[in-house]
Write a protein that binds this ligand. Structure first.
Ligand SMILES: *Cc1c(COP(=O)(O)O)cnc(C)c1O
Length: 409
């Protein structure tokens, strides 16, 4: 290494610069919500005027929930839809319900017919495509008791509600998001907790829904204190999209409850850099300041984030708000979501584009879900080119090959 000339060394750094030049060029055109705040604040003002809302109301999650937009005629003009487009959204709404918090609606760019926020929140006629299954993961078949799905030996999920701040158009549990919002009764939740108590292998309990933070603070406290009385429950996780769709929900009172029952983890669900706003940043900060590690579970979605540059920007921006990218899910073949499906190659290309080119911290695990409940299965570009009795041959992130000795000792 001492004979490396200054010239080869500077050549090295020139190459590193070249290998990121494409991203440097693209990233400033992929705006986060914080970077696009001016446009979002104009929308917010229009929506507040429409609803006659005060700042205090806007910042109150109960007001946000009670004022979710559920009828296209109330907001079509606000997001630049024509009366014809509004009419077919009405049609789709008869099959699949929709509800959009005023906050999340404010993130939609009315001049962009391809807006990734609009695509996630506003129904599309493509939802009537009959391809796919209602329950491709066979959650019903893996349910030992109401509300519980158990597919792994040491952990399970409890679905405590079917309510969300916004109903994602690609939802994997569309079958449960029925006619009306329903939080489960305490008796049902209690029975699920009893199941955990009776099964000593369960060391990790994941509370989800719907959106776990749609429960009231007092029920969340009751749930946490009951779970914490079970010795074999080591960690408690919440699955919630509220930091993204309803950040007002992350109140000081809520985090003061959560932090009494550590170790508590939260996994949230950002799909687009545009969802990173000053409000969602504040929500994640509150969680992190309460000692709660926050992870992100992105779903790979056609027309939202099936682009290596968008995912790189998203994951780097998440680290800046103290959220660690945890999973990228390959989209599931849920009926009514076929317009979001992508090919495996697209996910692999995204993983390839991240490794080496950005922090390992910004690289989640890409998983496909085995149909019928075969579970999360990781996929990775192939870096191991050959493995035998003597040696293993790899390629690195730049495609350079190297050999590692693999003899038995
Ligand atoms: C996703 C999931 C989990 C959690 O899986 P991790 O890989 O531990 O995050 C647990 N149970 C069910 C049924 C799941 O779908």
């Amino acid at each position: 290494m001492y004979d490396m000339t200054a010239k080869t060394q500077s050549n090295r750094f020139t190459k590193l610069k070249a290998s990121i030049a494409d991203y440097m060029q693209r990233k400033d055109n992929i705006l986060t919500g914080i970077e696009d705040e001016e446009r979002i604040s104009i929308q917010k003002k229009r929506i507040m005027e429409r609803l006659g809302a005060t700042d205090e109301q806007w910042n109150d999650y109960k007001w946000q929930l009670a004022n979710r937009f559920i009828c296209i005629d109330d907001f079509a003009d606000l997001i630049g839809l024509s009366p014809e487009q509004a009419a077919y959204i009405n049609e789709v709404g008869k099959t699949y319900r929709y509800a959009i918090s005023p906050y999340y609606l404010s993130l939609i760019s009315p001049d962009d017919s391809e807006c990734p926020i609009r695509r996630q929140a506003v129904p599309s006629p493509e939802e009537l495509n009959p391809d796919g299954d209602l329950d491709p993961m066979d959650e019903e078949g893996w349910s030992p008791i109401d509300l519980v799905t158990r597919r792994y030996p040491d952990r399970l999920i409890i679905k405590v509600t079917n309510v969300c701040g916004m109903y994602c158009r690609f939802c994997q549990r569309r079958r449960l998001i029925g006619e009306s919002d329903k939080n489960m009764s305490w008796n049902q939740i209690k029975a699920a907790i009893d199941y955990v108590k009776e099964n000593k292998e369960i060391r990790d309990v994941l509370i989800t829904g719907g959106d776990a933070f749609m429960l009231s603070d007092s029920i969340i406290e009751r749930l946490l204190s009951s779970l914490r009385k079970i010795d074999h429950v080591e960690i408690i996780r919440f699955g919630t999209r509220t930091p993204v769709t309803l950040p007002q929900r992350i109140t000081e009172n809520l985090v003061s409850i959560l932090k009494k029952y550590h170790p508590v983890y939260v996994n949230t669900h950002f799909n687009s850099p545009r969802e990173i706003t000053k409000e969602s940043k504040e929500a994640c900060k509150r969680l992190a300041n309460a000692g709660i590690p926050v992870g992100n579970q992105m779903v790979l979605l056609n027309g939202v984030n099936n682009d290596p540059y968008i995912v790189r920007k998203l994951n780097q921006s998440l680290l800046r708000i103290r959220v660690k990218p945890y999973y990228i899910f390959h989209p599931k073949t849920v009926k009514g979501t076929s317009h979001f499906w992508v090919r495996i190659e697209e996910g692999l290309e995204i993983m390839e584009s991240l490794r080496g080119r950005t922090s390992g911290m910004a690289i989640p695990t890409y998983v496909v879900n085995g149909p019928g409940g075969l579970g999360k299965t990781p996929i990775l570009p192939n870096y191991l080119m050959y493995i035998g009795a003597e040696k293993a041959v790899f390629r690195n992130w730049e495609g350079k090959q190297f050999v590692i000795d693999n003899k038995a000792r």
